[in-house]
Design a protein around this ligand. Sequence first.
Ligand code: NAI
Ligand code: CS2
Length: 489
Amino acid sequence: MRLTNSTLAQLKAGIANPRYDRAAIRPGIVHLGTGAFHRAHQAVAIDDSLARGETDWAILGSSLRGRETRDALAPQDGLYALAIRDSGREELRVIGSVLGVTVAPENPTTLLDQLTDPAIRIVTLTITEKGYAVDLGSGGLRQDHPDIVHDLANPQLPRSALGFLVEAIARRRRDGSRPFTVLSCDNLPQNGRTLKRVLTEFAALRDKDLAAYIAGEIPCPSSMVDRIVPATTDVDRAAISASLGLEDAWPVLGEPFSQWVIEDRFAAGRPRLEESGVEFTDDVEPFEHMKLRLLNGTHSTIAAVGRLAGHDFVAQAIADPVIRDLIERYWQCAIPTLAIPVDRAFAYTRQLLGRYENTSLHHRTAQIASDASQKLPQRILSPLRDCRAKGLPCGPLVFAVAAWIRSCGGSDDQGRPLPLNDPTFEAWTSQPDQRNVPPQAVIEAFLGLSAVFGEDLPRDAGFVDDLQAAYRAIATQGVLNAAQSWRQK
Ligand code: NAI
Ligand code: CS2
C-alpha cells in the first residue's frame, strides 16, 4: 500500500505523522527547487508550524528542472517520510507540509499563478549554487547565461528562478498585491544579498522602474542553513518503506543536527519559526562564515582528497588518519579568519567530527564533489584570501584546491574513473588532459577560470607557487603521501 492521506492510519506504530488536519491547511509559501534538502529542513520546520495551528503557511513545491519528485509525491498527496539517522539508530516521521509539486517546464503558467496569488507571502529557494546565474568571481549576474538570455526574450514563459520571480513581482505590483519575501536557503555567500543583487540586475534589463521597485520593496533576508542530507538511494526507499509499512517512492534522510539562522526581514509576516528552534538575527554573516568555512570547506576537502584516495563516503574518509589530520590542520588555519571566539569555533569543529563520523548517513563524497566550481569560491578560496591578506598559514587550504584540480583529471590515485558533474566543465572545451600535460600547464589552465579564482589569485605569485608545488606532490606521490609531506606548509 502506498503512503497517502487515506492510508496514514495504517502506518506502523510509533511513527510520527502530521498532527493537523491536512484538509484544513492553506498555502502561504511557494518553494523553488523541491529537492531532498528542502524536504528534510525547511519543510520540517513548517510542519511544526502547521501543528501549532499556523494553518495558512503550507508549502506549494515546484521544480524548475526535473519531474521525478512530483511523479513520486503526487500519488502520495505530497506526503513523504523523513528518516533521521545517527550511527545505527533511525527515527521516522511523515511530513505533511508540502501540498504538491509543480513541474515548471511542463506548465510555467501554473507556477506563475501560484506566485501571483496574494495568499503567498514567502518564496523560499533551494536551487543549488548554480541556479542563481551569478558569476561567483565578480558577484554579478551572468547576462550570457542561456536561461537569462531566454527569459529576457520570453518574460511570460520563464525558465530560471530569476525569471519566475521578476515576472511574478511585476504581476503582483500590477494587481496591487503586497510584496512577498524571497528567502534563499542555498549555500551561497550572503545568499540574500547575492539573490537581491542578481534579481535587481535582471529586472533592470527588463524595466528600470521595476528594478527600483524590487530594490525598495522586496526583502531578501540572508539565511544560514545546515543539516547534512544525502541523496536518497533505492536501498533507502526499500528500507524506509518496509519500516513505515507503506510504500514511499521518495523519502528523505538526514542527521539529527539541524540549524537555520535567518535575518528577520519579512514583508508580509512569517510563521513563528523560533518555536521550532529557528534562530533570528540582524546579521547572519558570522554564522554563515563559520558554517561555510568550517563545515562546507572541509566537506569539499574531504570530497576531493577522499575521492582521489578511493573513499566513497565521508565517514570512511574521516576515519582515514591522514585525512583526519589534514582536516584538523585545515581548521587551525580557517578558524583565525572567523569573527567568533576561537573556543566556540573549536567546539563547533568537535561537533563536526561527530557529524562526519555518522556511518548510517552514507553521505557520498561524489555528491559533495558535484558543482565544486560553484562551491570552492565561498568555501575555500574566500578564507584562503583572508589568510594570505593577514599573512596567516593556509597550506591545508592550498592543498585542498590542488586536490580538487587533480580530482578533475578523471581518475583517482588507483586509476579508477572519477566522473565530473559540474557545469563549468560542461562548457570548458579546452580542459587540459592531466595525464599528459605538465603540472604547471594544468595549474595555469585552471587559474584561467576567473569565475572560480577571480582576477587576484592568479596574480598572487606566492599562492600560485604553493598551488603548483601541492599539485605536483599529489600527481607524483599520490594524495595521501603528499598530504603527509605537505604537513610543514
Ligand atoms: P537535490 O539534488 O535533491 O535538489 C536540487 C534541487 O535544485 C532540485 O529541485 C532541482 O530541480 C533544483 N535545481 C538544480 N539546478 C537548478 C537550476 N539551475 N535552476 C533551478 N533549479 C535547479 O539537492 P539538495 O540536497 O536538495 O540540495 C540543494 C541545495 O540545498 C544545495 O545546492 C545547497 O545549496 C542546499 N543545501 C543542501 C544541503 C544538503 O546536505 N543536501 C544542506 C544545506 C544546504
Ligand atoms: C555539502 C552540503 O553537497 C555539499 O556540497 O557540503 O550540502 C552540506 O551537506 C550542507 O551544507 C550541510 O548543511
